[in-house]
Design a protein around this ligand. Structure first.
Ligand code: COA
Length: 160
């Protein structure tokens, strides 16, 4: 946990992910005990993390949360490997995946789109980010996602 928290802190400082400073906590990392979570290691250290959780919106979909890679470990396929893991997991369960990503997290958006994920919608958060603005949130669906049309948008909860 200390190594994962250190990776989260470094990610927040570089990417504003999570966008709210008070989410850089152990509790935020452990949020969602109804799902699964994975870490990536480079042999000595934790370098990345991803989690999936059941959704209230649709019993046949899982939402992806907390995909991040420590800045010093990027560009070597760590996030791609983590995404492959959750995609394989969801296929085994015959469930589709979706996620929410803030517009300023451009590296993540590029990665999702390069893997065939597509933008299924978006909304403006009702909560206020650290700069006093309401962040733009994009909903992305996994490739061949049959169910993105049933995901309700606009919950506006401060999840990221
Ligand atoms: C988005 C993020 C997770 C990507 O992590 P990463 O480990 O660098 O991702 P990958 O290495 O798998 O892919 C990134 C790039 O490296 C390339 N790459 C993949 N494998 C590679 C390899 N073996 N060698 C070199 N480059 C590689 C990919 O093609 C990709 O290129 P692109 O940026 O031109 O599309 C990371 O930037 C991050 O943590 N961002 C902040 C957190 C965030 O925004 N999370 C979103 C939550 S919704």
């Amino acid at each position: 946990m200390p190594a994962l928290l250190a990776a989260l802190k470094a990610t927040h400082e570089v990417d504003k992910y999570p966008v709210l400073p008070n989410h850089v906590t152990r509790e935020w990392l452990l949020d969602g005990d109804d799902g699964m979570a994975w870490v990536a290691e480079d042999g000595t250290d934790v370098v990345g993390h991803v989690a999936v959780a059941e959704t209230e919106e649709d019993p046949y979909s899982l939402s992806v949360h907390r995909l991040f890679v420590r800045p010093t470990a990027r560009g070597h396929g760590v996030a791609s490997a983590l995404l492959t893991t959750v995609e394989t997991y969801s296929k085994l369960l015959r469930q589709d995946l979706f996620l929410e990503v803030l517009s300023h997290n451009v590296d993540a958006i590029r990665l999702y789109e390069s893997r065939g994920w597509y933008r299924a919608g978006g909304y403006t958060a009702v909560w206020t980010g650290p700069e006093g603005t309401h962040p733009e949130i994009n909903l992305y669906a996994s490739p061949n996602n049959d169910r993105s049309h049933v995901i309700r948008l606009g919950a506006g909860r401060p999840t990221e």
